[in-house]
Design a protein around this ligand. Structure first.
Ligand SMILES: [Zn+2]
Length: 64
């Protein structure tokens, strides 16, 4: 297991309300902004320059 429990304390850097992020593989995803941030070598890069739009494929049901 490689759960980064401390990411629960992080928030999206792009939103002043700091919505929570969820981990998916090597990414931290903001469901509010539909953006995701890379995790490299176990270190999340929560900066706008690293943010990548989440592809809205419709394959995944929205999570509450
Ligand atoms: Zn966000």
């Amino acid at each position: 297991m490689n759960t980064l429990s401390w990411i629960d304390q992080l928030g999206c850097p792009l939103d002043p309300s700091r919505p929570p992020l969820r981990q998916e593989g090597d990414w931290l995803i903001c469901d509010s902004c539909k953006m995701k941030f890379p995790i490299r070598d176990g270190i999340p890069h929560l900066v706008s320059d690293e943010a990548v739009p989440v592809e809205d494929s419709g394959a995944n049901p929205p999570q509450e």
